[in-house]
Write a protein that binds this ligand. Structure first.
Ligand SMILES: [Zn+2]
Length: 604
């Protein structure tokens, strides 16, 4: 029984190493391929032979990745199917754990290979060169010509950071992260006689009735505050573990280790600090202005004291009912198609192809996992989009966003090295976030002129409002991991300073403790340390693509598509440059982008 929404997909390239009939869920059939690769490495006596070896390894990795994706897709599309669940768990439990050490063994063989230096002499050839010149003053302006330079750098980094003594520490870390997730997931409140999760309570913050908003906000906040000690305790233990992991790997603090581990070769902690400063200087005035508009529209200036409170931030300031972009998913797809038709014929063709191949599962129905994602089918070199659309503006943002990721996968299709068919997250999100902004230009396909402007306004406000929170979360972690032995009180004081700097004009009087512990609800701080600034970096890129399109839409789109086609074959500054964006997060870069956003907001 086929539990996948799509049927047989066209092969992008026939296999040359992996047997066509292999069962990729059976480790006994997979292991011999790894044995072969390990044995063959010793016989690679030229760069060409080593390259062939890399491409065979790449073919195997892509086939395994696609197998895992297919099982994941089937499971999330049919959470009520025992067959889909079994197939998924079989892979996770029996193949994945075997796979990791075998992949790592091949990485080590590669790094120690005598032909590696020769391989690095192979220059890039067949792939298109980026057309855009680097902005002057940007780092790494000289493109690295070596075809395998990025791959080599990443594999070497991975191998160098590995310490066997960190394996048990990482297991402990994962357990603590799980404790955090379990705790957050278990929190409920009793609201008017009914037990509700905190996620379920979220929608009340969008209610026009201010007293209701305050009541529900207080309920949720008080529930979280009961767990302050537990959250602090989990975090203290995580910090201690992470400091040990970093020291074992030879770093003086966890921040420096995390930068390397996240593959941040092209920006430094100082660049992040400059980013925070630029947000304070350039974005905070816009945030304050938006908050002031919100305060007036909510009619708070007639009250005494007429301040914006924490429960006033999510409601529509004019008390309008939610936007209704579409009634049925079919309608959402056809209107999104029309947006792409107006934007670019090539992208439109890509979205059309996804429909023809049934690479979209978008409706909300019983037996489907929550949320949305875009997944690459790495061997077919095709994207798949999963969503639970219910007819909200949020769904329109999501389909445009995920389509941007899908266009990235389609654009990089002809790249033969598996590792180069996807880019670092800082740039992946440029692909998707740009598509939200570019697609929004034609959002009248869903709305009347007035509603279209309302949707654009909400979207732009969200973008501006994200930067200060990003700076707060990032700045906090920079401090935490460079101040070993700090106390909980010192930590809270630093968080409060950041809230003063980046919180704007929201009145927290009477809720000081909630404010000091607000970071407890940001799961990245616990689960994915330092992984957050990426979204700020990408959002700057997306705003830049949008700004470019206001000047010259055809050129902006052509740069965008060319940069997507590079996949992950270039360092970040080159990917950004190809898309027509400077890879900088300073005042000079941010200033004109904020100015553009403010001018646009005035028109809406
Ligand atoms: Zn995304």
């Amino acid at each position: 029984m086929n539990l996948l929404p799509f049927g047989k997909l066209p092969a992008h390239k026939p296999r040359s190493f992996v047997p066509p009939t292999i069962d990729l869920g059976d480790w006994a059939q997979i292991a011999p391929l790894f044995d072969q690769l390990e044995a063959r490495a010793a016989h690679c006596r030229s760069a060409a032979e080593l390259e062939r070896w890399l491409l065979d390894w790449s073919e195997l990795s892509a086939a395994l990745d696609e197998e895992a994706s297919r099982r994941y897709i089937a499971m999330t599309c049919h959470t009520d199917s025992p067959e889909a669940e079994k197939a998924y768990l079989q892979f996770v439990e029996n193949v994945d754990p075997q796979l990791k050490p075998r992949q790592f063994a091949l990485e080590k063989i590669y790094v120690g290979h005598p032909q590696r230096g020769e391989l690095l002499k192979i220059r890039r050839g067949e792939l298109p060169e980026p057309q855009t010149e680097m902005a002057s003053g940007t780092r790494s302006a000289r493109p690295s010509e070596a075809r395998y330079a990025v791959f080599d750098r990443d594999v070497k980094n991975h191998v160098e950071l590995f310490r066997p003594e960190n394996v048990p520490l990482e297991t402990e870390e994962a357990k603590l992260c799980q404790q955090y997730q379990k705790l957050v997931g278990s929190l409920t409140v009793n609201f008017r006689g009914e037990e509700k999760t905190l996620v379920q309570m979220g929608r009340y913050l969008e209610e026009p009735d201010r007293n209701l908003r305050q009541e529900t906000w207080e309920l949720v906040t008080q529930r979280r505050l009961l767990e302050v000690e537990t959250f602090e305790d989990i975090f203290d233990r995580l910090i201690a573990l992470r400091e040990r992991i970093a020291r074992n790997a030879g770093f003086k603090n966890y921040r420096d280790y995390a930068f390397r581990r996240l593959g941040r070769f092209d920006y430094t902690p100082e660049d992040c600090t400059r980013f925070h400063d630029a947000v304070a200087r350039e974005i905070m005035p816009a945030v304050r202005e938006l908050q002031e508009t919100r305060r007036r529209r909510l009619g708070l200036d007639k009250l005494h004291p007429g301040h914006l409170r924490p429960w006033d931030l999510a409601v529509d300031p004019q008390n309008r009912p939610p936007l209704k972009p579409f009634a049925e998913v079919g309608e959402m797809v056809s209107r999104t198609q029309k947006i792409f038709n107006r934007l670019d014929s090539e992208l439109a063709g890509g979205f059309r192809q996804m429909q023809d191949l049934r690479l979209l599962d978008l409706d909300n129905r019983k037996g489907k996992a929550p949320g949305g994602y875009q997944q690459n089918l790495s061997e077919s070199r095709l994207p798949f989009i999963f969503m639970n659309a219910v007819g909200q503006q949020r769904d329109v943002e999501t389909i445009l966003h995920e389509a941007g990721h899908a266009f990235h996968a389609l654009a990089a299709q002809d790249e033969d090295l598996y590792a180069y068919r996807s880019a670092p997250i800082e740039f992946c999100e440029v692909a998707s976030m740009s598509m939200e902004l570019l697609g929004n230009e034609f959002i009248e396909e869903f709305y009347s002129a007035a509603d279209a402007n309302r949707a654009r306004r909400t979207h732009l406000e969200g973008i501006i409002g994200f930067f200060p929170w990003m700076a707060t979360v990032d700045g906090f972690q920079h401090w935490v991991y460079t101040h070993p032995g700090h106390s909980r009180a010192e930590r809270a004081a630093v968080w409060l300073e950041l809230m003063d700097r980046f919180g704007g004009e929201v009145d927290w009087t009477g809720y000081e403790s909630a404010r000091a512990h607000l970071w407890h609800r940001q799961l990245h701080i616990f689960l994915h340390p330092f992984y957050y600034v990426e979204y700020g970096i990408a959002q700057l890129g997306a705003l830049q693509v949008w700004a470019n399109s206001k000047r010259d839409q055809a050129k902006a789109l052509s740069d965008y598509k060319q940069s997507l086609a590079l996949g992950g074959s270039r360092p970040l500054p080159e990917l950004f440059a190809a898309a027509g964006c400077p890879f900088r997060f300073d005042v000079a870069t941010i200033k004109p982008l904020v100015q553009l956003a403010r001018e646009e907001l005035k028109k809406l």
